[in-house]
Design a protein around this ligand. Structure first.
Ligand SMILES: Nc1nc2c(c(=O)[nH]1)N[C@H]1C(S)=C(S)[C@@H](COP(=O)(O)O)O[C@H]1N2
Ligand SMILES: [Mo]
Length: 411
């Protein structure tokens, strides 16, 4: 592919910018809310959230929590852009002690453990290495958790804990090959600059199987939609694991350890575990089940041209637009329905930007008369997996992927 001009000088400028804004960033993290509220239409009527523009490099986000920062993307952003703009891209951190300035000259990524030549890589070195670029959806494992019934603890996200971007970076395979992975290596464990804000709490670290880390697509990304990553999305470098939930997409990476035995750390062995059942579904209330670490994403779709609960002028032919994702594989088809799922018609798909990204769909639904209409979209991926009507449930509130109806009044 073309050599994208991503000069370090720009990164240095950014360092100064961040240094100048650092106090401001820290101060603004105790965000003021904008006057307007959004309603995430959560069950139990608890969906009202303030909007905020107080976070550095972000505009008009739904404020879920200020510290650690949990910012959700409003749905209209997905209607307006197939690639989510960096300044509208959602944000999630586990610990309040997230970096608010980076010294790009001192920044290093250490690669150590079961390797022949441990490495300490500067940003300048990383920017000279072979790079790839691909579109991929970054989706939190708990996206749409606020819709779980019965309710489960955790961030009560609507559907906006996701975003689609073109990620550019160095394949992790390249670095692992430079270091020389020893026979017997089974996994890599990635660590980052943020630190627990509670004494003795486990540092946020995630692991990937060594073969996955070496698949040529898992990358150390330094650019997002052709620009540096926003600080809150992991500047200067984050891991991108195409097709997998973004709990693995470590931000502000500073260490990669090659392990010879499975990672028994809290964030792999205890947290982010899902039932080993189809779609990670168990009967609501179930606590004991065989589990595994969360992994690949499943197909989803959303109607984005109409908002749930809104009123529109009646037209016998209602145009519909939305976005779909296949999970860890491409989208084969999206079907839409205007009669509560009895009849489905195939929507027209927009350009294919790569199997890990969002795919636009457009279609028309005949509406015989004025009144309320329940509209639905349903994605089928290239593996033949189709979004079901029934919601899945698990105590973590993970992997929701049922059909998400939108009800509108046509008057
Ligand atoms: N260093 C670091 N990386 C992290 C996290 C974190 O808390 N610290 N959270 C993970 C989780 S659970 C999610 S959903 C994504 C969110 O990515 P974003 O903030 O760029 O949207 O970051 C992942 N990477
Ligand atoms: Mo997440």
């Amino acid at each position: 592919m073309d050599r994208f001009d991503f000069p370090l000088a720009k990164a240095l400028t950014r360092r100064r910018l961040l240094a100048a804004g650092a106090g401001g960033a820290a101060a603004t993290i105790a965000a003021r809310a904008l006057a307007a509220d959004v309603d995430l239409s959560l069950p139990r009527g608890a969906g009202a959230r303030p909007l905020t523009s107080d976070f550095p490099q972000k505009v008009t986000m739904i404020l879920q929590r200020a510290r650690p920062a949990l910012l959700e993307t409003p749905m209209e952003v997905f209607q307006q852009n197939l690639f989510t703009p960096n300044d509208r891209f959602y944000v999630r951190w586990h610990w309040g002690d997230m970096p608010n300035a980076i010294d790009v000259e001192a920044y290093r990524i250490r690669l150590f453990g079961a390797v022949n030549r441990p490495l300490s890589i500067s940003l300048a070195q990383l920017l000279r290495m072979p790079r790839i670029e691909l579109a991929a959806v970054n989706q939190c494992s708990g996206n749409s958790r606020g819709l779980f019934q019965p309710r489960v603890p955790g961030a009560q996200w609507g559907h906006g804990a996701m975003g689609n971007a073109k990620w550019m970076g160095v394949p992790l395979r390249h670095l692992l090959d430079l270091a020389g992975v020893r026979a017997g290596a089974v996994a890599i464990r990635v660590g980052a600059l943020d630190k627990p804000s509670v004494p003795g709490a486990p540092d946020f670290e995630k692991s990937l199987a060594i073969d996955h880390a070496r698949d040529g697509e898992v990358m150390l990304a330094f650019a997002m939609n052709g620009e540096q990553l926003p600080l809150l999305n992991g500047f200067p470098v984050r891991i991108v694991v195409p097709g997998w939930y973004s709990t693995y997409w470590m931000k502000t990476v500073d260490s990669i350890e090659v392990l010879e035995s499975a990672d028994e750390g809290y964030w792999m062995a205890k947290a982010y575990k899902i039932p080993k059942t189809p779609r990670a579904h168990v009967a609501p209330g179930t606590k004991d089940f065989p589990s595994e670490p969360i992994n690949r994403m499943n197909p989803r779709s959303w109607i984005t041209s109409l908002s749930d609960g809104a009123a529109y002028g009646y037209d016998p032919v209602l145009p519909i637009e939305g976005i779909a994702m296949g999970g860890d594989t491409g989208v084969t088809a999206v079907h839409i329905s205007g009669d509560n799922g009895r009849n489905w018609i195939e929507a027209k798909l927009g350009p294919d930007e790569g199997k890990y990204g969002f795919r636009r769909f457009v279609g028309r639904i005949g509406v015989p008369r004025r009144g309320r209409v329940r509209l639905m979209s349903r994605c089928t991926n290239t593996r033949g997996e189709m979004q079901p009507m029934e919601p899945n449930w698990n105590p973590g509130g993970y992997m929701r992927n049922c059909v998400e109806p939108v009800t509108v009044a046509l008057t």
